[in-house]
Design a binder for this molecule. Structure first.
Ligand code: ADP
Length: 265
């Protein structure tokens, strides 16, 4: 009889005898819980002052007429930076929830064409600053899906910002959305360096990164390699899939997200 829950003991046998390793699962679970709590508290502590900062910056941006060109430029760079920081915090929170098996979707009816159009609007400044042309083929309306709007936004923002980050100046990012076989298919293709076929599954692993040597590589900063991992988890919770392959035309990458129209978990 064991008073507490224990892992199956591991036995290491060596020349001098054997060592029995017992790990206490209750203790491990407690440490895990503490870690999750710490991240949640830290994220909250970071988010509150960040909200104040973002509000202030947005107010400055609204009164931009009174600013010089240089000041306006500085404010919009700061707005972008603060928004990036906010979504990084959200990503870390979601990562902790996934690890704890606690990520729950907040479901609502979503119109996918509007979702994609909004993501494109958010990416427009970065695209212009990066010298990348956005080409879109989005119908006015698509059938509704039941999903978590904030999390699906995170998926699109991640894939779209990667496409922009890796596409050199003068390149193109093509975004399309369509209904296909009972699902909504969203395709995002770029003219960047491409992802070698042997990594096309591994890029969805946590912390996996491929180093690309691009002159504009510093554009989005060095990532942590969790973006696509989160995307796959989130799309999976919607009963959908996300994959990448070679972009049509032979150069660059195309990411394809599929979300079923009728999905009951
Ligand atoms: P991060 O961008 O933070 O490194 P991600 O999980 O978003 O992490 O992406 C994992 C890796 O996949 C990146 O390091 C990058 O090498 C590769 N990758 C993602 N999107 C593209 C793309 N559009 N073109 C080329 N490589 C990409």
């Amino acid at each position: 009889f064991l008073p507490r829950m224990l892992h199956v003991p591991e036995l290491f046998e060596g020349a001098g005898g054997a060592i029995l390793v017992l790990s206490d699962v209750t203790e491990l679970a407690r440490v895990d819980e503490m870690r999750a709590e710490l991240v949640a508290v830290a994220s909250h502590e970071l988010r509150t002052p960040l909200t104040t900062l973002r509000m202030t910056l947005l107010m400055l941006e609204e009164g931009a007429a009174a600013l010089s060109d240089r000041q306006r430029e500085l404010v919009s760079t700061s707005v972008l930076g603060a928004a990036q920081l906010a979504s990084t915090i959200d990503e870390y929170l979601d990562l902790t929830r996934i690890e704890a098996g606690q990520l729950r979707l907040d479901r609502e009816p979503i119109e996918p064409a509007a979702l994609v159009r909004d993501a494109i609007a958010r990416a427009a400044t970065l695209a212009a600053d990066s010298g990348v042309r956005l080409e879109t083929a989005i119908p006015d309306r698509l059938p509704l899906v039941v999903g978590d709007g904030a999390r699906l936004r995170l998926v699109l923002d991640n894939v779209l910002s990667n496409a922009l980050k890796y596409t050199p100046w003068g390149g193109r990012v093509a975004i399309e959305a369509a209904e296909e076989d009972g699902a909504i298919r969203i395709g995002i293709a770029d003219t960047g360096p491409g992802i070698p076929a042997e990594y096309s599954e591994r890029v969805f692993e946590k912390f996996f990164r491929v180093e690309h040597h691009l002159p504009n590589r510093e554009r989005g900063g060095r990532g942590a390699g969790i973006g696509l991992y989160l995307c796959r988890e989130i799309v999976g919770l919607h009963g959908g899939t996300i994959r990448c392959d070679e972009a049509p035309g032979g150069s660059g990458t195309r990411f394809t997200v599929r979300i079923p129209i009728q999905f009951s978990p």
